[in-house]
Write a protein that binds this ligand. Structure first.
Ligand code: IMO
Ligand code: MG
Length: 468
């Protein structure tokens, strides 16, 4: 099937992640922005996201702006939705980066109802949640959790409040009592924020009204998810989650739409390996606890460190294949990380690696629907075999149902089925030409989850994409 068949009669398409984030939402949001959408809107999270796209052969990482911003000069509208939490300084920095590359953002819209990440949110997040080494959940340290906490506690500050000094002063003075360790001063905060307030002012809109107008005009809308279903505060491995609901429900709600308005939800997973960054259960992690502890060291074990330690002067491609084919699971995990470049786009931390967990994917199919995109499939080229997890086993009992229970998820062993590995597939253009082991695993995955694999990504570039 071609892209035009997949998108036939569709007006609103959502791209969400069905794992722990970092599955390639950037690539696909860019793909749909370039090939299909008129409007690209984000509904959840903030600059904890890191969405990588390839622009003129160069990597570009976006944190707040939807990936469609690259298409602004073609008249594409990009929306930061009401469900987002926005650090306006970080947003202005991203806008300045666009300016440096001579990219425009004249059709940008920022929801007046999005909440603002204030400096005290960032300080509190860094003090309490960031460090995995001292028991934190390993947040990205961007102030996401504290900002959403204030939102839910009904004391948050919205973008609209920036344009009413009286309200802003009242709200800032009121919030002080909740941050006793911090010095919060209205005038100081205002003068710090002033340049950013001025810069974003022309783009602030009632985006809920705008998106409905655009919908009524028949514009094609792409919703760009952030984070992933298993980081959702509703569905994820609570409390090791982010503070929003990046499912299709939260994503639609976060731009002011109903999930039923969405004609096609595409849930992305990495396949046949997956990753997680930060703390929390990860049943299929290669190297288990040792990998978790090693990755918790963060920047001490970043890409430079791993290249120096595991590759040295050897040929990188050959050596990573050797590592992936090691007898030792921890080493296999390092090999996959190096082969696939799995280091945080936002924090540079090494991502934990493991086999794709179809038990999680089956749950994801229930929440986000049956349509899957598989990404990073090419990265495993050279591995002699790979595993897919079809069960969670504890004390002789196997379940094929995901349960948020973190203690359980940490104790279980994955039931893996192994398949023959494959070599380079980056040039493959159609599903039938994929290697047999891979095709069989996709078929088994579909049978198990009840889902359908619509798209397979075999490389970072827009054209390295197989639409089934
Ligand atoms: P994208 O959109 C992967 C993780 C953090 C941490 C937990 C909570 O690029 O897929 P937070 O800062 O949100 O309070 O951190 O969630 N996390 C992500 N992991 N991809 C992301 O975004 C993430 N955003 C947050 O590592 O474990
Ligand atoms: Mg990312």
């Amino acid at each position: 099937m071609s892209l035009s068949n997949l998108t036939k009669d569709k007006q609103i398409i959502a791209i969400v992640c069905n794992q722990f984030g970092d599955t390639g939402k950037g690539k696909f949001s860019d793909y749909f922005a370039a090939n299909w959408a008129d409007v690209i809107a984000r509904g959840t999270g903030g600059n904890n996201a890191g969405h990588t796209i390839i622009l003129n052969g160069k990597e570009k990482i976006l944190h707040l702006l939807p990936s469609g911003i690259i298409q602004d000069s073609k008249g594409k509208i990009n929306i930061l939705g009401n469900g987002m939490v926005i650090d306006i300084k970080a947003l202005c920095q991203e806008l300045e980066e666009l300016e440096k590359e001579n990219l425009t953002y004249k059709n940008l819209m920022i929801s007046k109802d999005a909440h603002i990440i204030m400096p005290w949110h960032v300080s509190q997040d860094r003090a309490k949640n960031m460090s995995q080494k001292s028991g934190g959940i390993g947040s990205t340290g961007r102030g996401i959790g504290p900002c959403y906490a204030d939102k839910i506690a009904r004391r948050g500050i919205k973008i609209a409040d920036l344009f009413d000094e009286e309200v802003l002063e009242y709200k800032i003075n009121k919030i002080k009592q909740f941050y006793p360790e911090q010095e919060i001063d209205f005038q100081k905060t205002l003068s710090e924020l002033k340049p950013y307030i001025e810069k974003i002012k022309p783009f602030v809109k009632n985006t809920i009204q705008e998106i409905h107008k655009l919908k009524e005009q028949g514009k094609k809308i792409c919703l760009e998810g952030a984070q992933g279903l298993f980081l959702s505060v509703e569905h994820g491995t609570y409390p090791y989650v982010t503070s929003s609901d990046p499912s299709i429900n939260g994503t639609a709600s976060g731009v002011g739409l109903n999930a039923q308005d969405v004609d096609l939800t595409l849930g992305i997973i990495k396949f046949p390996f997956m990753t997680r960054v930060g703390a929390g259960p990860f049943p299929t992690e290669l190297g288990g606890k040792s990998s978790e502890e090693y990755c918790a060291q963060g920047l001490e074990h970043d890409e430079d460190y791993e290249i120096k330690t595991y590759i040295g002067n050897a040929n990188k491609q050959e050596k990573t294949i050797d590592l992936m084919n090691s007898e030792d699971e921890f080493t296999q995990g390092v090999g996959i990380r190096l082969a696939a470049g799995e280091y945080g786009a936002t924090t540079k931390r090494p991502r934990r690696t493991g086999w794709t967990d179809a038990v999680l994917a089956k749950y994801a199919r229930r929440i986000n629907g049956p349509h899957f995109i598989l990404t990073k499939v090419d990265s495993l080229a050279g591995a002699k075999q790979f595993g897919i997890c079809y069960g969670h086993k504890l004390n002789g009992n196997t379940t094929t149902e995901y349960d948020q229970n973190g203690k359980f998820l940490k104790q279980i062993t994955p039931e893996l089925k192994f398949y023959d590995g494959y070599s380079d597939i980056s040039q493959v253009k159609d599903f039938d030409s994929l290697p047999e082991g891979l095709k069989q695993s996709i078929k088994d995955f579909e049978d198990f989850t009840g889902g359908k694999v619509e798209i397979i990504s075999v490389g970072a570039g827009r054209d390295e994409t197989i639409v089934r």
